[in-house]
Design a protein around this ligand. Structure first.
Ligand code: MN
Ligand code: MN
Length: 296
């Protein structure tokens, strides 16, 4: 498949899965079911998850996915971010939507969506990332909310979710200039105006990434080979690996990969003032005079 074709296919599948599963997010729903359902649907549609489905509740802005045996459920009056990653032959689509179960927080969802729309209207070759951040910030503040300033959108490359350059959610942070053909995920996050508007590292996320090969023995060796072959440089869930290795020693072997630094663990990203967070995200390709949204 041509790269452009694969990017568009990944985008179509990601959008379809996002819009299907968000309707199943409701108070009482099990988080693990939402993660499994999203990932099964991606595979059914002929693609692969580019990263584990993130189901981020309230003050958790990013990077939570269910471990095996997760009993957590969607709380009443919550804000739930469903963040979906799809790849077709390594070409990635990354998109997120927020489900809102508190009418008083609806403005945060609208602010994040307005920020995303403003970014889409601004992005074209020759524009600096800071100008995009400025458009996002103005749109979010215009809705009476505040952007999270230490979370950003990011460039995508084949099999790489964070390929170096960023798209900030505020003005004046990043002056790199956008170029035709580049692919970015753009993701504004909105919090109430009284919140700090910053995230910090929280507990572990159950999301991991391959780092380096080491000489290991037995099951740990097989597990590392499996992870490297299956996921390459893409993030993966411990839940996926545990299901592939249903042995009494699998958890121990997984810990061995971590302590040998063959894999790294991502922390959850939590709003510092514990404010509830809304997110919106699309993936775009820079065209000659604007951008094409692959996940619309
Ligand atoms: Mn995302
Ligand atoms: Mn992203």
């Amino acid at each position: 498949m041509e790269p452009l074709e694969a990017l568009r296919e990944a985008g179509r599948i990601a959008a379809k899965v996002r819009d299907t599963v968000v309707k199943e997010v409701r108070p009482g729903a099990r988080v693990i079911d939402l993660c499994d359902r999203t990932e099964a649907l991606i595979r059914e549609l002929g693609a692969q998850p580019a990263f584990p489905t993130n189901v981020d509740i309230d003050q958790v802005a990013a990077h939570y996915c269910s471990p095996l045996g997760d009993t957590s459920t969607v709380p009443e009056r919550s804000l739930v971010k469903l963040d979906v990653g799809v790849h077709v032959e390594g070409y990635i689509a990354d998109t997120a939507i927020t489900a809102c179960f508190d009418p008083g927080l609806r403005y945060l969802v609208e602010a994040a969506e307005a920020g995303l729309k403003a970014a889409m209207n601004t992005m074209r070759p020759g524009i600096s990332a800071s100008d995009v951040g400025s458009a996002i910030e103005q749109a979010i503040r215009g809705r009476g909310a505040k952007p999270i300033r230490n979370l950003t959108g990011h460039k995508l490359a084949r099999y790489v979710v964070h390929a170096g350059e960023s798209i900030p959610n505020v003005a004046g942070h990043d002056y790199h200039v956008l170029a035709e053909g580049e692919v970015y995920a753009v993701e504004p996050f909105a919090v109430p105006p009284t919140a700090e508007g910053l995230v910090m590292d929280g507990p572990q996320s159950n999301i991991y990434r391959f780092m380096k090969k080491r000489s290991l023995e037995g099951e740990a060796k097989r597990m590392l080979k499996h992870v490297q072959e299956q996921h390459r440089t893409l993030p993966f869930a411990s839940r996926w690996v545990m299901r592939g290795f249903q042995t009494p020693t699998a958890a121990g072997s997984f810990s061995q990969l971590l302590s040998a630094k063959c894999i790294m663990s991502y922390p959850q990203l939590v709003e510092r003032s514990r404010a509830k967070v809304a997110q919106a995200e699309h993936t775009v390709i820079l065209t000659s005079d604007g951008c094409e949204i692959t996940t619309a």
